[in-house]
Design a protein around this ligand. Structure first.
Ligand code: NDP
Ligand code: HSE
Length: 412
């Protein structure tokens, strides 16, 4: 039986998960591909670390050793940083290998170049693991929603941030304690700033934008904010109002314009993201034919990510050339309304005094200094300028006036 030879670059959480899954699911791989899949080589950096790798596998710190193998069909990349990864993957494509990557930072920066080069060399690129861990959202957009015109994609795209927010709310852990746990579980990036400041979710958002709309917004125009301003006190205030904090990425295309934000927001019980807890991620796609689809699943960790990679392995081997170039011409709707003037619902926190202005509707005082209001983002920003330390977060969807309802029930 012929063999598919794979090299794995990196043997951390993801690399080791892929290695172990190729061993544990070799029967399924052989049955699906009609060929045996063998890991021929693993690239590492630190030769002192103990690793459980078969002695038949070449373990090396030199990428050149891997490129020089007699047979090499697929290169799986699970390293960190843009370089030397991009250079490695370009060389792998030049050699005629399919490539699979989990590295969203590199892919957000260089994905287009890799896809173009792969198309020229008639090999495939798998990047399912770059967004939302084990959720097959890339293949859903790439293969299953070709005719639908996508209007909006919203997602909880960072497992570490969602895990931290859940631990703080459910187990009353501090931010720092929850982050350490996320690191111990292998969810966090080598530099967790990428997770908690929203950079990781931003890269994933740009990859989704390219898939859903064929293009990206200007990176500088994307409002990006992480979860570091969310305190336990804020989480409790939100709970009192029947709301939960989620770190949400949103991309919308209207009138030839793409608008993206990556920031914390609040959702109520009716929102599909309300019950997405722990390391789970979720992606909600709105398109014209099917309507709304929400995919949910583990967003990080060894085996969920390995799942995305080995499914890509099958896909690149069975569909060896790129069929579509990820451009979409369709668009839906008209112009964005003047976004800054649109009325939205907000939770504002640490309000020292209520200004007298007809532009703000005061819906509810959740607790002292914390209000739910209706206002335009322009007004809220104005308020934040006037009142130092004010924090404000959008509420997505209908706000249920829980306290008023509770009060009314009590009064009965
Ligand atoms: P780890 O830090 O656990 O592992 C990184 C691995 O890469 C290590 O084995 C390290 O080698 C190796 N490495 C780093 N730089 C080099 C280099 N220059 N040359 C050779 N080897 C190198 O990271 P993860 O496994 O968590 O993440 C890997 C990639 O996958 C990242 O891009 C991450 O963003 C992405 N990802 C991670 C997920 C997760 O849940 N952890 C989920 C989805 C994507 P050594 O062991 O010798 O130090
Ligand atoms: N650090 C990332 C996260 C890994 O927490 O979502 C998965 O991409």
């Amino acid at each position: 039986m012929s063999v598919i030879k794979v090299a794995i670059l990196g043997f951390g959480t993801v690399g080791e998960g892929v290695y172990r899954t190729i061993q544990s699911h070799s029967e399924e791989l052989t049955a699906t591909l009609g060929k045996k899949v063998e890991v021929a080589a693993v690239l590492i950096r630190n030769t002192q670390k103990k690793r459980n790798i078969s002695e038949n596998v070449l373990v090396t710190t030199e990428f050149a050793d891997i490129l020089n193998l007699d047979q090499l069909d697929v290169v799986v990349e699970a390293i960190v940083d843009k370089e030397p990864t991009f250079t490695f993957l370009k060389s792998a494509i030049q050699r005629g290998c399919h490539i699979i990557t989990a590295n969203k930072e590199m892919f957000a920066h260089h994905g287009k170049e890799l896809l173009d080069l792969a198309a020229e060399k008639r090999v495939s690129v798998g990047f399912e693991a770059t967004v939302a861990g084990g959720i097959p959202v890339i293949q859903t957009l790439r293969q299953l929603l070709n005719i639908n015109r996508v209007k909006q994609v919203r997602g909880i795209l960072n497992g570490t941030s969602n895990f931290i927010l859940s631990e703080m709310r459910e187990k009353k852990q501090s931010f720092a304690q929850a982050l350490v746990l996320a690191q111990e579980n292998g969810y966090a990036e080598a530099d967790p700033t990428n997770d908690v400041e929203g950079f990781d979710a931003f890269y994933k958002t740009m990859i989704l934008s390219r898939l859903a709309f064929g293009e990206e917004p200007n990176w500088q125009d994307v409002e990006r904010e992480g979860i570091t301003s969310i305190t336990s006190e804020l989480i409790e205030a939100a709970e009192t109002a029947g709301l939960r904090f989620k770190h949400i990425a949103s991309i919308t295309r209207l009138g030839g314009q793409i608008k993206a934000t990556v920031k914390p927001a609040l959702v109520g019980k009716e929102n599909p993201f309300y019950h997405v807890e722990g390391v789970q991620n979720a992606v909600n796609v709105q398109s014209d034919i099917v309507g709304e689809i929400t995919l949910q699943g583990p967003g990080a960790g060894m085996f969920p990510t390995a799942s995305a990679v080995v499914e890509d392995l099958v896909h690149v081997c069975l569909n060896p050339t790129v069929k579509r170039n990820l451009t979409r011409s369709q668009e839906v709707g008209t112009e964005f309304s003047k976004h800054d003037d649109k009325q939205e619902t907000w939770l504002v926190h640490r309000l020292t005094h209520k200004p007298i202005t007809p532009a703000i509707t005061w819906i509810e005082e959740v607790e002292e200094g914390t209000y739910v209001i209706n206002a335009s983002s322009k007004e809220v920003k104005q308020l934040a300028k006037q009142q130092k330390n004010l924090l404000y977060f959008p509420i997505i969807g209908e706000y249920e006036r829980v306290n008023q309802v509770k009060a009314a029930l009590k009064a009965l």
